[in-house]
Design a protein around this ligand. Sequence first.
Ligand code: NDP
Length: 508
Amino acid sequence: MSSAEAVSPPARGSIVSMNPATGVPLGEVPVMTAEEVRDKVERARRAQRSWAELPLKERCRRVRRFSDVLIARSDEVIDLLVKEAGKARQEALVTEVVVVADLVNYFAKHAPKILEREKIPMHLVKHRASYLSYVPRGVVGIIAPWNFPFSIPVGEALMALIAGNGVVLKPSEMTPLIALKAAELCEEAKIPADLFQVVTGYGECGAALIDSGIQYCVFTGSVATGRKVASACGERLIPCTLELGGKAPAVVCADADLERAAQAIVWGGFANSGQICCSVERVYAHEAIHDELLARVVELASGLRQGDAEREEVDVGAMTWERQLDHVDSLVRAAVQAGAKVEVGGARRDGPGQFYRPTVLSNVRQDMDVMRTEIFGPVIPVMRVPSEAEAVNLANDSHLGLVAYVFTRDREKGRRLADSIEAGTVMVNDVLSTYGYPETPWGGVKQSGIGRTHSAIGLKDMCELRHVNYDRIAAKRELWWYPYSETTYRRLNKAMRLLFGRKFRRSS
Ligand code: NDP
């Protein structure tokens, strides 16, 4: 059945979610109005007030129950991820379910330490003291993409809940059923009613969420929408975190373990059909190993099994969004016209469903669009470079800077090259995985985003930072208060020279 035959036009005001591997409709959700979105936010706010009053350890205990429910119902969640997002089964397990289970257990255990009150040692005004505390923000709006429809928004939502917030999630129009499944799991985990809400609709629904009185927005998506979200948040003076696109380079040094590098590049480029913000999007291979690496990458790519994960065991699933196939195809065609060589793949797969064949391109140049624009599909362009220094220059020649990869046997060199690459995260001899390490920060530099999720930094960002400064020693007044006088001026002036004057600095 072709997707054109299978999808009946949606009823007015609703979205039909469909299986990208088969075109079979899976369910229908309403396109919510701005009033409905505002109502959901209000309900989340009411529920949040009593939630925020619970001790943090108690919130952690309750949110951790989500993990128990998730593990018990993991098959059902994986089935839906396979159907609605077109994922390979093992990817749904590892990169969605396991990532969330680990994240919630990690933060349920460590949040009390991360969010505990922090003393600030006072360096000059020693008769006073300061501390920082982390208090819930209120309602956090989460706007999510379709490529990791479970692990991205649900991980963020659980962190927000632990921090004492209510959450309203706007999933992508492509994957609303998975978000609704997460709400079902929350209910079974006895997370208080209304504390976690889902709103469904198109981009306007995301815009309405920002306009509905939320206190913080966590947005993951494209650079273009990220700009709109940043500007809408700026208008309302709401803080936001933006997790945007990537164009991850892989720098392969002459001394790399080529088998590991090739395996990593193939997994990093084709997992989730290449629809990952940190997918390997361009390879810079040292000329000494370029041919051998390319041959192994092509061999591995040629052996991948692609298809509908619901029916058979596959390595590469469907592409979630039809429009993405056109984008990928046009990048590959333009590259070939400009002189690139298709080593394997290079076209849509024949037959039903939204599949693009795992593709490896050689003979590419840095000025080709395929090396500059986010592909977000199963295409790996491999470029020959004369030196590691040139590879790093080319890696940095991008408006994006989310993640980068370096392959070398020399650990010291690996860290040195990693330090010189402009990216939020650089992995040495590995790919993709750090998103799944909840203790490490996730986010980009340049146009890949603003702020970080995950890690202690991401959890603290779910809170308002409050500072309290108090007296350690009782005194009627401070020296610099009223009344001003010549005597006080002289004393203060002398103190300043003693503290900061050259004489003092020399002896310190
Ligand atoms: P989009 O930017 O198209 O959409 C992201 C979300 O924003 C969707 O829920 C979308 O709704 C919503 N949206 C659209 N317009 C607006 C608006 N004006 N105001 C508020 N919300 C709006 O991204 P994609 O869903 O296509 O996701 C792919 C992109 O996400 C890629 O660029 C990828 O690199 C990036 N990404 C980044 C990650 C990171 O961690 N840095 C991780 C994963 C993906 P709707 O879908 O209904 O239009």
